[in-house]
Design a protein around this ligand. Structure first.
Ligand SMILES: Nc1nc2c(c(=O)[nH]1)N(C=O)[C@@H](CNc1ccc(C(=O)N[C@@H](CCC(=O)O)C(=O)O)cc1)CN2
Ligand SMILES: Nc1ncnc2c1ncn2[C@@H]1O[C@H](COP(=O)(O)OP(=O)(O)OP(=O)(O)O)[C@@H](O)[C@H]1O
Length: 191
């Protein structure tokens, strides 16, 4: 199956989740994240500011801020497909980027990708082997290889996990996969 068709199929599965399930799953996933060794030991954590349909990890980001960690989130750049890590200091008072995604307000401090310890990675589809299907713009496929020590942990609902996914040579893999069921170590390595 082509990537586009698989994205559509997974979107439909997410849309079938009801609000109560979504709330419970988000709570469970945030608890798995903040109790993981990677999170507890990480000093610089990259997350994302969720949109509807994505696992909301605001709670984990707030916990990281409360613990005094450096927190960053994607910032879309002018160059096509390129993003940077922008420091997040508060979850209140956020702006919107060109896609309507919440984003830190200017002026923002940019965090060097090689300084990031843990990258909580959104996406549409995942496999237990660490393959990841994104939204089709290649932002994370370009960014993850620059995070030389950062461990990529995919965040999603169990309905987003598939036996297999269509992949390309440039697709960046993840090392961990966190869903409401728990945190899995991916079988074949990401980076
Ligand atoms: N919360 C969050 N922030 C993120 C990402 C993400 O997946 N989730 N990204 C991860 O890459 C980057 C933004 N990526 C995007 C990639 C494609 C489209 C896009 O093509 N949007 C279509 C609508 C279809 C859709 O919603 O995907 C459009 O604007 O027409 C938007 C954002 C950086 N920030
Ligand atoms: N590392 C890369 N270097 C150059 N082009 C890339 C790279 N990664 C992806 N691309 C391009 O970006 C586009 C989107 O790729 P793809 O469909 O694999 O995205 P995706 O898995 O949804 O990615 P992401 O979640 O990273 O946004 C493709 O046109 C692809 O050729």
């Amino acid at each position: 199956m082509e990537k586009k068709a698989v994205r559509q199929e997974i979107r439909e599965r997410i849309q079938k989740l009801n609000q109560r399930e979504i709330h419970r799953f988000n709570r469970e996933i945030n608890s798995h994240i903040v109790n993981s060794r990677l999170f507890l030991e990480g000093k610089v954590i990259m997350g994302y500011l969720a949109e509807p349909g994505e696992v909301n990890i605001d709670q984990s980001l707030q916990t990281a801020l409360n613990m005094g960690k450096t927190v960053c989130v994607p910032q879309i750049l002018e160059a096509p497909g390129e993003m940077a890590a922008a420091r997040l200091v508060t979850l209140k008072k956020l702006g919107r980027d060109r896609y309507g995604i919440r984003t830190p307000q200017e002026p923002v401090e940019t965090i060097a990708p090689e300084d990031i310890d843990l990258v909580l990675t959104p996406g549409l589809g995942f496999t237990a082997q660490g393959e990841r299907l994104g939204r089709g713009a290649g932002y994370y496929d370009r960014f993850l290889p620059r995070c030389t020590k950062g461990v990529p942990m995919a965040i999603g609902y169990e309905v987003q996990v598939r036996k297999e996914l269509p992949t390309s040579a440039h697709d960046a893999k993840v090392r961990y996969l966190c869903t409401e069921k728990g945190l899995r170590v991916c079988k074949t390595n990401g980076k």
